[in-house]
Design a protein around this ligand. Structure first.
Ligand SMILES: C[S@@+](CC[C@H](N)C(=O)[O-])C[C@H]1O[C@@H](n2cnc3c(N)ncnc32)[C@H](O)[C@@H]1O
Length: 200
């Protein structure tokens, strides 16, 4: 396997020493995304249940755990090494599961807020995953999907394989089809990163 394919795989499912390094790199390059996510979630002090889909090394959960102690935090990830890194970092203060977004170990109408940062490209069946997210959310709950733009990803060598890159508009259509309303695309960095925010 060449190095470019290896890097892409580490972003999709971190493992071993490469997984530790790649998640630290993400922590450096995704700063603006984490800040945006933190601003939205900490803007209300309601003690709701919040889920991080694909938490990586738990950087975002750590921020929320410190800034919003009133919330009950949950996380899922398909990588067992991501799970170990995050358990080590956060102990029992956050409820973590080894699980994919396609079938989550929670009841229906369970979460007040669900967010995901840079994982959408790796979901095997995005429409099914969005329907699953919709099911697990309470009525009026908020979903925040933070991503790099297709255009920006297209210029990076390691995203050539294993990344399902959709335009912002095509992503928005999938969210609406899953049943979400009030769906909006909001830019974080011009032409580079954005989020979709929507309600059940
Ligand atoms: C690029 S990393 C982003 C990590 C973290 N969200 C961050 O921004 O620092 C993608 C993460 O999503 C996880 N992931 C990939 N596919 C997934 C799926 N189908 N369900 C849940 N997690 C998934 C990977 O294991 C990895 O930890």
């Amino acid at each position: 396997m060449n190095i470019v394919t290896y890097i892409g795989q580490q972003f999709a499912r971190p493992s071993g020493i490469g997984g530790r390094i790649s998640t630290l790199i993400m922590n450096l390059i995704n700063r603006k995304m984490y800040n945006t996510c933190a601003e939205i979630i900490t803007s209300d002090s309601y003690p709701g249940k919040v889920l991080d889909i694909g938490f990586g090394n738990g950087y975002m959960l750590d921020i929320l755990n410190n800034r919003s102690p009133e919330k009950k935090l949950f996380g899922i990830d398909i990588s067992s090494d991501a799970l170990s890194m995050t358990r080590k970092r956060l102990g029992d203060s956050v409820s973590l599961s080894l699980s994919g977004v396609e079938k989550m170990p929670f009841g229906v109408n369970f979460f007040d807020t669900i967010y995901t940062i840079n994982t959408f490209y790796f979901w095997k069946d995005p429409q099914k995953a969005l329907s699953e997210i919709y099911q697990r959310m309470k009525h009026n709950g908020i979903f925040i999907n933070i991503c790099y733009t297709k255009k920006w990803l297209d210029d990076i060598s390691y995203t050539k394989s294993g990344f399902n890159k959709l335009t912002n508009e095509d992503m928005l259509i999938l969210h609406k089809r899953a049943g979400f309303s009030n769906s909006e695309i909001i830019e974080i960095q011009k032409g580079k990163s954005f989020y979709i925010i929507c309600r059940k």
